[in-house]
Write a protein of this length. Structure first.
Length: 144
Protein backbone atom coordinates (compact mmCIF):
# COMPACT_ATOMS: atom_id res chain seq x y z
CA UNK A 1 0.00 0.00 0.00
CA UNK A 2 1.44 3.37 -0.92
CA UNK A 3 2.06 5.99 1.74
CA UNK A 4 -0.76 8.16 0.34
CA UNK A 5 -3.23 5.26 0.34
CA UNK A 6 -2.21 4.26 3.87
CA UNK A 7 -2.71 7.81 5.15
CA UNK A 8 -6.01 8.13 3.29
CA UNK A 9 -7.31 4.89 4.81
CA UNK A 10 -6.34 6.06 8.30
CA UNK A 11 -7.95 9.46 7.71
CA UNK A 12 -11.12 7.82 6.37
CA UNK A 13 -11.27 5.59 9.45
CA UNK A 14 -10.98 8.63 11.75
CA UNK A 15 -13.61 10.47 9.69
CA UNK A 16 -16.05 7.56 10.05
CA UNK A 17 -15.36 7.17 13.79
CA UNK A 18 -16.06 10.89 14.34
CA UNK A 19 -19.43 10.33 12.71
CA UNK A 20 -20.36 7.45 15.01
CA UNK A 21 -19.27 4.48 12.92
CA UNK A 22 -17.37 1.61 14.52
CA UNK A 23 -14.40 0.66 12.35
CA UNK A 24 -14.09 -3.13 12.31
CA UNK A 25 -11.26 -3.65 9.81
CA UNK A 26 -8.88 -1.70 7.61
CA UNK A 27 -7.09 -3.01 4.51
CA UNK A 28 -8.96 -6.33 4.83
CA UNK A 29 -7.76 -8.83 2.22
CA UNK A 30 -9.15 -12.04 0.77
CA UNK A 31 -8.63 -13.90 -2.53
CA UNK A 32 -11.39 -11.78 -4.15
CA UNK A 33 -9.64 -8.49 -3.32
CA UNK A 34 -9.22 -5.85 -0.63
CA UNK A 35 -11.60 -3.56 1.22
CA UNK A 36 -10.07 -0.36 2.55
CA UNK A 37 -12.42 0.05 5.54
CA UNK A 38 -15.14 -2.17 6.95
CA UNK A 39 -17.30 -0.40 9.51
CA UNK A 40 -20.55 -0.74 11.39
CA UNK A 41 -23.10 2.06 11.08
CA UNK A 42 -26.04 1.26 13.32
CA UNK A 43 -27.51 -1.96 11.97
CA UNK A 44 -25.47 -1.88 8.74
CA UNK A 45 -22.08 -3.26 7.79
CA UNK A 46 -20.43 -0.77 5.46
CA UNK A 47 -17.69 -1.69 2.98
CA UNK A 48 -15.79 1.49 2.11
CA UNK A 49 -13.55 2.08 -0.90
CA UNK A 50 -11.09 4.93 -0.25
CA UNK A 51 -9.32 6.91 -2.97
CA UNK A 52 -7.04 9.93 -2.66
CA UNK A 53 -5.31 12.42 -4.89
CA UNK A 54 -2.80 15.19 -4.15
CA UNK A 55 -3.23 17.20 -7.34
CA UNK A 56 -5.96 19.76 -6.65
CA UNK A 57 -5.96 20.82 -10.32
CA UNK A 58 -7.41 17.42 -11.26
CA UNK A 59 -10.07 17.53 -8.54
CA UNK A 60 -11.37 14.58 -6.58
CA UNK A 61 -10.41 11.06 -7.62
CA UNK A 62 -13.03 9.43 -9.80
CA UNK A 63 -15.25 6.80 -8.22
CA UNK A 64 -15.06 3.41 -9.83
CA UNK A 65 -18.48 1.78 -10.24
CA UNK A 66 -18.32 -0.54 -13.24
CA UNK A 67 -20.02 -3.93 -13.23
CA UNK A 68 -16.62 -5.56 -12.61
CA UNK A 69 -15.86 -3.29 -9.65
CA UNK A 70 -19.31 -3.92 -8.23
CA UNK A 71 -18.89 -7.68 -8.52
CA UNK A 72 -15.43 -7.59 -6.90
CA UNK A 73 -16.71 -5.50 -3.99
CA UNK A 74 -19.67 -7.85 -3.50
CA UNK A 75 -17.36 -10.89 -3.56
CA UNK A 76 -15.10 -9.28 -0.93
CA UNK A 77 -18.18 -8.61 1.22
CA UNK A 78 -19.34 -12.21 0.85
CA UNK A 79 -15.88 -13.45 1.91
CA UNK A 80 -15.91 -11.15 4.94
CA UNK A 81 -19.36 -12.37 6.02
CA UNK A 82 -18.22 -15.98 5.56
CA UNK A 83 -15.48 -15.31 8.14
CA UNK A 84 -17.80 -13.39 10.49
CA UNK A 85 -20.74 -15.69 11.10
CA UNK A 86 -21.80 -13.57 14.09
CA UNK A 87 -22.70 -10.68 11.74
CA UNK A 88 -26.33 -11.54 11.01
CA UNK A 89 -29.51 -9.57 10.41
CA UNK A 90 -27.40 -6.65 9.21
CA UNK A 91 -28.00 -4.40 6.24
CA UNK A 92 -25.09 -4.21 3.79
CA UNK A 93 -23.91 -0.98 2.22
CA UNK A 94 -21.07 0.00 -0.10
CA UNK A 95 -19.71 3.54 0.36
CA UNK A 96 -16.93 5.49 -1.36
CA UNK A 97 -14.72 8.06 0.30
CA UNK A 98 -12.72 10.30 -2.04
CA UNK A 99 -10.06 12.65 -0.67
CA UNK A 100 -8.32 15.61 -2.15
CA UNK A 101 -5.17 16.06 -0.05
CA UNK A 102 -4.46 19.75 0.58
CA UNK A 103 -1.33 19.36 2.74
CA UNK A 104 0.29 17.13 5.34
CA UNK A 105 -2.65 17.34 7.73
CA UNK A 106 -5.56 18.62 5.61
CA UNK A 107 -7.83 17.03 3.06
CA UNK A 108 -11.25 17.60 1.57
CA UNK A 109 -13.42 14.52 1.90
CA UNK A 110 -16.38 13.46 -0.22
CA UNK A 111 -18.36 10.59 1.35
CA UNK A 112 -20.71 8.88 -1.10
CA UNK A 113 -23.15 6.73 0.89
CA UNK A 114 -24.59 3.65 -0.82
CA UNK A 115 -22.38 4.24 -3.86
CA UNK A 116 -23.50 1.03 -5.56
CA UNK A 117 -27.20 1.52 -4.83
CA UNK A 118 -28.06 3.22 -8.10
CA UNK A 119 -27.23 0.34 -10.43
CA UNK A 120 -30.00 -2.09 -9.52
CA UNK A 121 -30.46 -3.17 -13.14
CA UNK A 122 -27.03 -4.82 -13.00
CA UNK A 123 -28.33 -7.21 -10.35
CA UNK A 124 -31.14 -8.73 -12.39
CA UNK A 125 -28.97 -11.18 -14.39
CA UNK A 126 -27.51 -12.38 -11.08
CA UNK A 127 -31.02 -13.20 -9.82
CA UNK A 128 -31.54 -15.49 -12.80
CA UNK A 129 -28.42 -17.38 -11.71
CA UNK A 130 -29.91 -17.91 -8.24
CA UNK A 131 -27.66 -15.33 -6.55
CA UNK A 132 -29.48 -13.23 -3.93
CA UNK A 133 -30.03 -9.64 -5.05
CA UNK A 134 -31.14 -7.98 -1.82
CA UNK A 135 -28.91 -5.77 0.27
CA UNK A 136 -29.81 -7.35 3.60
CA UNK A 137 -27.95 -10.28 5.10
CA UNK A 138 -30.21 -12.38 7.26
CA UNK A 139 -29.95 -15.68 9.05
CA UNK A 140 -31.52 -18.52 7.16
CA UNK A 141 -33.95 -20.88 8.88
CA UNK A 142 -32.57 -24.28 9.78
CA UNK A 143 -33.28 -27.02 7.27
CA UNK A 144 -36.25 -29.15 8.27
Amino acid sequence: MSNLNDKATKAASRYLEHRGYTVLETAWKCPAGTCDVIAEDGDAIVFVDVSARRDADKGFPTERCSAGVRERREMVALAWFAEHEDAVDMAVRFDNIAMLVMGDSRAMIRHHLNALGGAIEQLQPRAAAGIPTGTDLQTLPEAA
